[in-house]
Design a protein around this ligand. Structure first.
Ligand SMILES: *[C@@H]1O[C@H](CO)[C@@H](O)[C@H](O)[C@H]1NC(C)=O
Ligand SMILES: *[C@@H]1O[C@H](CO)[C@@H](O)[C@H](O)[C@H]1NC(C)=O
Ligand SMILES: *[C@@H]1O[C@H](CO)[C@@H](O)[C@H](O)[C@H]1NC(C)=O
Ligand SMILES: *[C@@H]1O[C@H](CO)[C@@H](O)[C@H](O)[C@H]1NC(C)=O
Ligand SMILES: *[C@@H]1O[C@H](CO)[C@@H](O)[C@H](O)[C@H]1NC(C)=O
Ligand SMILES: *[C@@H]1O[C@H](CO)[C@@H](O)[C@H](O)[C@H]1NC(C)=O
Ligand SMILES: *[C@@H]1O[C@H](CO)[C@@H](O)[C@H](O)[C@H]1NC(C)=O
Ligand SMILES: *[C@@H]1O[C@H](CO)[C@@H](O)[C@H](O)[C@H]1NC(C)=O
Ligand SMILES: *[C@@H]1O[C@H](CO)[C@@H](O)[C@H](O)[C@H]1NC(C)=O
Ligand SMILES: *[C@@H]1O[C@H](CO)[C@@H](O)[C@H](O)[C@H]1NC(C)=O
Ligand SMILES: *[C@@H]1O[C@H](CO)[C@@H](O)[C@H](O)[C@H]1NC(C)=O
Length: 869
């Protein structure tokens, strides 16, 4: 007996030595009992029971108790973050519920919708994806069409170079099965070291199976590595005149990718040629192609038209003497992994809470998708950040432990309800540090110790509603030796104190504002640029330096009753107008005109009409009708910088690096003027690429300066409200609410980064990220080509680029004291521009430079060209 076992062991060892390694394979048989695992004799893969991969959900053997929640997840791991994986889920119904009716349900890979499992006896889903984290989750979601079930889950690592279409933002879902033409058996591990499953294709009339026993080897850099066992068999057309036709896709389906595998398995005679071409829907897809003997070959692409069914036809060319051949096919559908998961820090914190209270029903992502938010959570969803957890309600769950310290790490929390839950222990003082927390309910627990003083203070100041009644052992700070004050006491204190403090604060703010405002109106003046000399910009000659006041009737006339809308800004809609003298103008009708403060506004606008600089959009006049505030600006023919940077319509529309630098210098000069030559300095507050306008000759001018100040200071907002645009907002200003010129320097730095990278200020990846953090992450690796706008095709001087990146980094330093002034920035950027001039003359780009829009010859031919090897 011993000997027998030893022998078996030896055999197994020998077998595994021959097989490619199973390293990284995760193979789960979801029906196994928890202490068993087995080796599948067919493929020698070891399958494990699912117990250690799930928190809830019950396996196939005991489906009666399934499910505990609407969503049940398997967590597969550990995997390598950023690694490529094939994940396969198998659903084999087997009438486990005696209903003889297979259910239908949804399957998610993490937060990303994968597929709906059809009500079939056997379904197999397969996806090739890049792991975003150290684990991958497969989640089954009950959609009220029967109880979800799963039979097996398989995860196989793939080399990064395989399936190059798959990256962090896109995955491939296998459509139908992989077909092995001419084969007669299912091929998978160990013949395919990546354990893809290749099914023998149905025999088609007119297709002739052929095979070889020789080994077919992979060509260098093979991106798909179809195994030799699959490529050893093939079908050929029955004659030279016949073609191999097959159809792919279903109507309306998009992003279907086809991979055609072929290998020559016949030693051709000198007078033989198997040259072939491929047509797609009767149009040329692939030109004349020859294969190498016993070498892999493939072609893949999007089918023409991208939607619906496509019929492919592999045909012999005129030179061929033997008919064409086909070895194997794969059809995939591409999906974009653009569902944004919950904020990572929130996930960490709430996962700790989950662990602490052992809440097994919480599975998958806490907030995503929004209709599967964890029970007891509310989340906020917005465009600029990942979903955040804003409320946590664990009341009446009989938790019976302390207050989880990790709750204090849920930094977006506004409401916390832990009432009626048998909680013991003390109240963590950290809770007071949650900046947005407005509501805490800890009533009817067995909490003890002292209520943190700061919570009581906040509650008394009215910024927090705190309920702690029904905790007989809880003490308040004031009388540590007595029992806490009655509930009434606190509420009374709160209701008296809060309004009083609020009114006092209001009066204070108003008084301060009045003073500041008065002072500014008396003194706000800018040194006229002509006094500064030519260097600082010329005066715009055709502008009446006092500015014009227009009546609303005139404005209506200029704009032909607001008939031509040309834009929409932060403060209102912009219309095209023609002034009396025929000059074109942009007329901004202010949307906030119903509020008070019109008088001050008009006074300030009058001053702004006197601020002229060649890099500031001139305010030509304003409408003095108190119920319709309108501003009349000079018209900027080329629109905003943001529009230009986002424009991908043609190679010609890409701004060259030199023009980008020139724009940067222009804007810097405009800002420098506002900061250094206006007393008191005018802080723009909203520098961003949509506020930078380009004239016909691409001179950049800053728009809307001074406006933020008028609006935010004096009317709708208290002076402490943070104004600005996400992505451009100075983090220090955000924290301290202290506004100064350096706030503009930060935003300018972001604009500079946009010019360098061509990316928007907030990058919408899997994890939303500001452009600034993105750059910091990349620049640490010292790789500049990874950050520079690819559309420049490397046409820039590397020194000037580095220097510009340095300026941008300095401008976006967190600490405002370390940021340069705009005057410094102007000097630095001019240096960069000069370096670029040298680059141009030394590399013959002058013609391009003077055409201003940087026309580059396109190296890419348009249309769909198959990616050939
Ligand atoms: C698994 O454990 C159960 C109970 O501990 C036992 O009855 C059963 O025989 C075990 N199965 C295997 C395959 O070891
Ligand atoms: C993935 O590839 C597509 C197309 O090749 C590309 O547009 C996209 O930026 C890539 N995503 C990542 C995260 O690299
Ligand atoms: C497929 O067809 C060929 C003849 O065309 C035949 O020899 C072969 O046995 C068929 N294979 C199967 C699996 O039916
Ligand atoms: C290979 O082809 C021969 C006939 O040409 C056939 O007898 C044999 O079964 C085929 N082998 C395989 C593995 O298909
Ligand atoms: C295959 O497709 C080609 C091109 O569409 C067509 O001319 C030919 O008749 C088709 N052959 C068969 C057998 O369907
Ligand atoms: C056939 O081959 C010759 C030389 O090998 C080549 O010049 C010719 O273009 C080919 N014709 C076709 C139709 O591919
Ligand atoms: C190639 O040459 C051989 C004789 O050398 C002949 O038998 C065969 O028919 C030829 N094949 C073709 C396609 O012309
Ligand atoms: C990645 O996984 C770790 C634990 O493995 C977790 O703490 C973290 O929140 C995850 N990140 C995301 C973005 O899901
Ligand atoms: C959630 O919403 C999506 C789309 O809005 C829907 O397809 C899905 O069925 C919903 N899931 C549940 C469990 O309601
Ligand atoms: C709270 O704890 C007490 C005793 O520890 C227990 O009797 C009671 O049932 C618990 N209440 C809840 C709601 O779990
Ligand atoms: C809160 O988060 C910080 C940093 O993310 C971490 O170091 C700390 O352990 C967390 N605290 C708890 C109680 O989870």
């Amino acid at each position: 007996m011993r000997v027998y076992v030893l022998l078996l062991g030896l055999l197994a060892l020998l077998a595994s030595a021959q097989d490619p390694s199973q390293t990284g394979f995760i193979s789960i048989d979801c029906g196994l009992e928890s202490n068993s695992s087995y080796v599948n004799p067919g493929n020698r893969i070891t399958y494990a029971p699912d117990a250690k991969y799930i928190d809830t959900g019950v396996n196939q053997i005991a489906p009666q108790n399934f499910p505990e929640g609407i969503r049940n997840c398997y967590t597969l791991g550990p995997v390598i973050r950023g690694g490529k994986y094939l994940v396969r889920a198998v659903f084999s119904y087997g009438n486990y519920d005696d209903r003889n009716q297979p259910p239908s349900f949804d399957v998610y890979l993490g937060v990303h919708f994968w597929e709906t499992v059809a009500p079939l006896d056997l379904s197999r889903l397969e996806i090739i994806t890049v792991a975003q984290n150290k684990s991958l989750q497969v989640c089954l979601v009950n959609t009220d069409k029967g109880t979800p079930y799963i039979t097996a889950i398989e995860l196989r690592p793939l080399p990064d170079t395989m399936y190059p279409l798959v990256n962090a933002s896109q995955s491939l879902i296998l459509r139908d099965d992989r077909t092995n033409h001419g084969g007669s058996e299912i091929t998978r591990y160990p013949d395919d070291p990546y354990d893809r499953i290749w099914f023998p294709a149905d025999n088609q009339t007119g297709w002739k199976p052929i095979n070889t026993s020789a080994k077919v080897s992979a060509i260098d850099g093979d991106e798909f590595r179809a195994p030799s066992a699959v490529l050893r068999t093939a079908v050929t057309a029955s004659s030279l005149a016949e073609s191999i036709n097959f159809t792919v896709g279903t109507s309306g389906e998009k992003s279907i990718y086809l991979i055609v595998h072929c290998a020559e398995i016949r030693q051709l005679q000198p007078n033989e040629s198997r040259e072939f071409k491929i047509l797609a829907n009767d149009e040329r897809w692939l030109g004349a192609t020859n294969l190498k003997y016993l070498q892999s070959w493939y072609v893949y692409t999007l089918p023409p038209g991208q939607t619906g069914t496509v019929t492919y036809s592999i045909q012999a060319t005129g030179n061929a003497t033997i008919p064409p051949l086909l070895s194997a096919l794969e059809v995939h559908k591409m999906i974009h992994m653009d569902t944004v998961p919950t904020d990572a820090a929130d996930i960490d914190a709430i996962s700790e809470v989950k662990k602490y209270y052992n809440l097994k029903a919480w599975m998958g992502d806490p907030c995503v998708p929004s209709n599967l938010t964890w029970d007891g959570l509310n989340c906020s969803y917005n465009e600029f950040e990942n979903p955040r957890i804003i409320s946590l309600n664990l009341s009446r769950r009989g938790l019976g432990l302390g207050i989880s310290p990790s709750i204090a790490n849920l930094t977006a929390l506004t409401s916390l309800d832990l009432s009626h839950s048998n909680l013991t222990g003390e109240i963590p003082g950290d809770l007071a540090e949650l900046p947005k927390l407005k509501f805490i309910n800890l009533a009817d627990n067995q909490l003890s110790g002292q209520v943190p003083k700061i919570l009581l203070e906040k509650s008394q100041a009215g910024s927090l509603t705190l309920s702690i009644e029904g905790n007989s052992r809880l003490l308040t700070e004031e009388n540590p030796h007595e029992k806490k004050k009655s509930k009434k006491g606190i509420i009374l204190a709160v209701s008296i104190a809060a309004p009083a403090i609020f009114i006092f604060a209001l009066v204070l703010v108003f008084t301060l504002l009045r003073r500041v405002r008065k002072k500014r109106l008396d003194t706000a003046k800018c040194i006229p640029p002509e006094i500064l000399g030519k260097e600082r910009g010329e005066q715009n000659r055709n502008v009446n330096s006092d500015g014009n006041q227009y009546t609303f009737a005139e404005i209506l006339h200029f704009t032909k009753n607001f008939s031509n809308q040309i834009g929409k800004g932060g403060f209102g809609i912009v219309y095209l107008g023609n002034l009396q003298d025929g000059t074109q103008a942009a007329v901004k009708l202010l949307s906030e005109s119903s509020t008070q403060g019109v008088k001050e506004f008009l006074a300030e606008a009058k001053i702004l009409t006197r601020v002229h600089h060649r890099n500031l959009v001139s305010l030509l006049g304003y409408c003095n009708d108190p119920s319709h505030l309108a501003l009349v600006y000079e018209f900027m023919a080329q629109g905003s910088l943001a529009k230009h940077l986002a424009d991908n319509s043609s190679e010609n529309s890409i701004l060259s690096w030199k023009i980008r630098l020139r724009i940067a210098v222009d804007v810097a000069q405009g800002l420098d003027y506002l900061h250094s030559f206006c007393k008191p300095a005018i802080v723009h507050r909203d520098v961003k690429s949509t506020n930078i306008l380009l004239s016909e000759d691409l001179t950049a001018k800053l728009a809307d300066f001074g406006l933020s100040r008028i609006f935010h200071d004096q009317r709708c907002y208290p002076s402490t409200a943070i104004a600005g645009t996400p992505g451009y907002l100075d983090p220090e200003y955000y924290q301290t609410s202290e506004l100064n010129e350096k706030t503009d320097v930060y935003s300018f730095g972001v604009v500079l980064l946009e010019l360098i990278t061509g990316q928007p200020p907030i990058i919408n990846g899997l994890q939303k990220m500001s452009l600034v953090s993105w750059i910091h992450a990349h620049i640490e690796r010292g790789d500049i080509t990874a950050i520079v706008d690819q559309r420049l095709h490397g046409k820039y001087d590397i020194n000037s680029m580095w220097k510009t990146v340095e300026v941008a980094m300095a401008c976006t330093t967190h600490n405002s004291n370390q940021r340069p002034s705009m005057s410094d920035v102007v000097i630095q950027l001019k240096d960069c521009l000069n370096a670029m001039a040298f680059f141009d003359s030394s590399s013959n780009l002058n013609a391009q430079e003077e055409s201003l829009l940087g026309v580059l010859p396109s190296p890419l031919s348009s249309g769909i060209s198959p990616l050939l090897r």
